[in-house]
Design a protein around this ligand. Sequence first.
Ligand SMILES: *Cc1c(COP(=O)(O)O)cnc(C)c1O
Length: 373
Amino acid sequence: MTIAAAPRALARPRLTVDLDALARNYAGYQALSGRAETAVTIKADAYGLGADTVGRALARAGCQTFFVANAEEGVRLRESLGPAPTIYVYNGVLDGEAALFAAHGLAPVLNDVWQIEHWARDAGPSVPAAALHIDTGMSRLGVSAREVEALAGRADLLHAARIALVMSHLACADEPDHPLNPIQARALHDAVARLRPALPKARASLANSAGVCLGPDYAFDLTRPGVGVYGGAPAPSAPALDVVATLEAPILQVRELQPGDTVGYGSTYAARERRVAATVALGYADGFLRAGSGRGYGVLAGVRAPILGRISMDLVTVDVTEAGAAARPGALVEFLGPNVALEDAAAAAQTLNYEMLTGLSARCDRRYVGAGA
Ligand SMILES: *Cc1c(COP(=O)(O)O)cnc(C)c1O
């Protein structure tokens, strides 16, 4: 007897993640990273693409080191990937968290002197080696240059905290000519040199995706790209990589608009002539940002379908006049993917590719294609 698979709800958006494109992008960042190890930043559920499956695909592609934002993300990734990879936690370790880090083999990025002291005290020989974050110009997380000076004289403390990586983060890497870029690289060099006697074997890391694209002076020993591996352009000048995420949503209804008919909440769009409008199952509750109302577009059958009026919670209306017979209930309209660049969709919503991707909600039906799907 065969049991039919439960039918899948279709009247909702689908997010297709191409694991082969992901692996190609990872290889691209490895090539750009030169001799440095290429780790991947997989925080925020792999920028909305699903950290479990994405993490396994990256591990198969050779990635051995991952960065997440908090320990909760680290625990889930550890369950998915098993004991082998190194998992660093950017947000550091707060009072009361050390046992959680130890239990799941998570390595904290130590961001202040208190964290270094506490990790040194709590860390037994079986806990993973930690990273030390130096603030070189972001004023967000990390110890200051003055604190580095004091820490350089505390070799016993740095040993006890088992620091294996000294890292910093670029503030303006998406602007290749920004003067802060070389200043930050130099500041990290200086801090590493200052700590070298106490930490003879520690490696150094500075570059996110845009930092990798700045060239070999920024790669140090380990790079940690995120958005570029997921197919987002980290900077306008960065090399284009392969599309990983495709967002499509089905047409629910097609109607003819007569001159004067208005569309959606607030009646912000009024037809001036006869148009054909399709109502699509995609809204801001799926993460399709309302700020793109009346500005963004989808693509149906290779033809642009501009958004008409406001994006609502569950629905968006697009102009499918030019798409002809392709506009029918059930047909999929693309909103991100090979025909709609993530950067264009983000610009229409007055935001970044990062926010567009990480905002896609769990209501999207995630599907994986490629090796390991
Ligand atoms: C998010 C993050 C990264 C990855 O940045 P991308 O721009 O996505 O490549 C690297 N380092 C730190 C500290 C981060 O917070």
